[in-house]
Design a protein around this ligand. Sequence first.
Ligand code: PHE
Length: 355
Amino acid sequence: MSDLTKIKNEFFIKLNRKLNLSELNDIKSNLFGKNGLITSQFKKIGSITENERKKFASDLNILKDELQNLINVKITEIQNAEINEKLEKEKIDITLPERPFVKGKIHPVSQTIDEISSIFSEIGFNVEEGPDVENEYNNFTALNTPDNHPARDMHDTFYLDKKKQKLLRTHTSPVQIRTMLNNKPPFKIIAPGRTYRSDSDQTHSPMFHQVEGLHIDKNINMGHLKGCLEHFIKEFFEVNKIKMRFRPSHFPFTEPSAEVDIGYQFKNGKLKIGEGDQWLEILGCGMVHPNVLKNVKVDPNKFQGYAFGIGIDRLAMLKYGINDLRAFFDSDYRWLNHFGFDPLDVPTNYRGLSR
Ligand code: PHE
C-alpha cells in the first residue's frame, strides 16, 4: 500500500469516530501541521525520481484537497450539532401550567381618566399633557393671576425654590397656556393630570387629579360650554337626565365664571346622581378671559371660547361609591383589588364605559 493510501485510510478511520472540535483540530494538525503527515509527503517530492514525481505530486495535491474538504465539512457539522444541542437545552417549555399569580388591577382614578378621555375625544377634543413641575408664569401670571393676587394664596402652593419660580402645578390650567403658545387657534383640548395643593382631609389630598378643558374658536359661547358639560356629565354617570346648576363664581382667568353643581340624593342608602335636592360641586368653568388670550398671542377680537376644570377624584368617588379620597393613594392592595378594574376592559363609548 502506498503511503498516500495509508494516510487516507487512517484518516477515514479517525474521522468516522465521534469527534469534538478539539479532537478534529488535532487530526488537522496531525496532517497539515509543520511535521504533519501530508506536509512531510510534500517535503519528499524533491527526492522522488523524475518519472514518478509528476504523478505523485498530483496525487498528493488531490489527497490534500480531499482531506481538507472533508475536515471542513466535519467542522461545520460539529458546530451545527453543538448549536442544536444548546438550543435544545435552552428551550422553554411553554406547555408548563400557569402558576397562580396575583392579577393587577386598573386604579379607579386611571379608569375614570380613560372614561373622561373617551367621552371628550368622541366629541372632537384632543388630549394634551403638561408637566407636574410648572413655572410660576404658566401656573399663575399668564392665567391673569399676577403677583400678589389673592387667588394665589387660595391655592396653597408647593413652591420648589426660594424665588418661587418653580412649583408643583396647582391646577391643570397651565396646559391651556402651553397649548395655546405652541399651536394656532382653533383649540379644542382636554388635559387630564396630577395637581398639587397643600391640603389634606377626607375630601382633599395634597396630590389630586383634574381634567382641563379648552375650546377656543370664532363665536364659541356660554351655551356651547353648558351643552358640552351636560353631555359629559350624562355620559359619565350613564344617566339620561341630569339636574345641574351653574353658580356664578370667580376665577381670574375666566369671565364670566361659574361653578357647576349636580343634584343628588340618597335613596335606600344608595347615592343617586342627577336627581334629588342635594347639590355637589364638581367643576369650575367660564369664558376664557381676553387677557389670557392676549398673553398667548391669540386675538380676543377674533377668537373666544370656554375653559373648565373638573375634579377627577371626586367624580370617581361619586361614580364608584368611594367615601374617603385618601384611600385612593394609600396603595392598600385589598382596596385596589375591590375597587380596581380589569386591565382588559378598556372603556369605550360604544362598548360601555364602566360595564
Ligand atoms: N383651574 C380652576 C381650579 O383649579 C378650575 C377652572 C378651570 C376654572 C378652567 C375655570 C376654567 O379651581
